[in-house]
Design a protein around this ligand. Structure first.
Ligand code: G3P
Ligand code: CA
Length: 249
């Protein structure tokens, strides 16, 4: 918890690789996560979606349009069908959308995982299979997991199924009141860097919450990382691991 920290006398922010080393390779692929792990981060940040056959896959968007050579909603495809639509970018190298399980098979207990859940059609349905999978790999008992979500409903569901797992409540730009942030089940609050003002940081610290900042605009990320450094937050979800390490460590 943040307690009575003041800018300048605290640990540097922890670094969470946002969708892997997403500035260096196709986001949310095994290769992007391997690069991040090799560069050394405190956790791998992971977005989740569910396929038509209930597989948890690593994917940010609701559709596969932006990041693969296919189109349509992720949940319109079974996992096997998705294999026909590899991710694009990365200097032409072809790599498929991974299952969450693939990351656990690759990194096991050597990494921490910062997993974002979301509602599907307004329902908290990915939480139960997620917790089952985490238990299969003993990752909760080994304290390798933080769960984050923009959805209060989802975080309540996680808390019900796996009490004690550290939770982060995310707020989109300009959203989220101090009342909403103050729920005791939240260990951390995630806000966009542009919302990280000295006043908001002070209020959230006063509530005893750690603050993890995300950077949504690659064009301003370096400048924002520099600005936010002075505020004394506890974590960066970064797309630019190398710059963040140079700046903070
Ligand atoms: O999870 C922190 C950050 O990833 C939230 O924004 O849209 O990139 O998932 P988004
Ligand atoms: Ca995310």
């Amino acid at each position: 918890m943040a307690g009575c920290q003041h800018p300048g006398d605290e640990e540097p922010p922890k670094l969470f690789a946002h969708r892997g080393a997403s500035d260096q390779f196709n986001e949310s692929t095994l290769t992007a996560y391997k690069i991040a792990a090799d560069e050394g981060v405190d956790a791998l940040e992971i977005d989740l979606r569910m396929t038509a056959d209930g597989e948890l896959v690593v994917m940010h968007d609701e559709t596969i349009d932006r990041t693969t050579n296919g189109s349509g909603p992720v949940d319109a495809y079974t996992f096997d069908e998705l294999a026909a639509y590899p991710t694009v970018g990365g200097g032409g190298r072809i790599e498929k959308i991974p299952m969450l399980r693939d990351l656990f098979d690759t990194f096991g207990e050597t990494e921490h995982y910062y997993i974002e859940t979301r509602l599907i059609n307004g329902k908290a349905v990915m939480e139960r299979p997620l917790i089952q999978l985490l238990n299969e790999y003993s990752l909760i008992e080994k304290k390798k997991i933080i769960i984050q979500s923009f959805s209060e409903k989802s975080l309540h569901e996680v808390n019900k199924l796996a009490p004690g797992v550290p939770l982060t409540r995310l707020f989109g730009r300009g959203k989220g009141t101090i009342m909403q942030a103050s729920l005791p089940i939240y260990d951390h609050i995630g806000i966009e860097s542009t919302d990280a003002t000295p006043q908001r940081v002070m209020m959230l610290h006063y509530l005893g919450k750690d603050i993890h900042v995300f950077f949504n605009d690659p064009k301003t990320e370096k400048a924002e990382q520099k600005r936010v450094k002075k505020l004394g937050v506890e974590g960066y979800f970064t797309n630019d691991i190398l710059y963040a390490k140079k700046l903070l460590h």
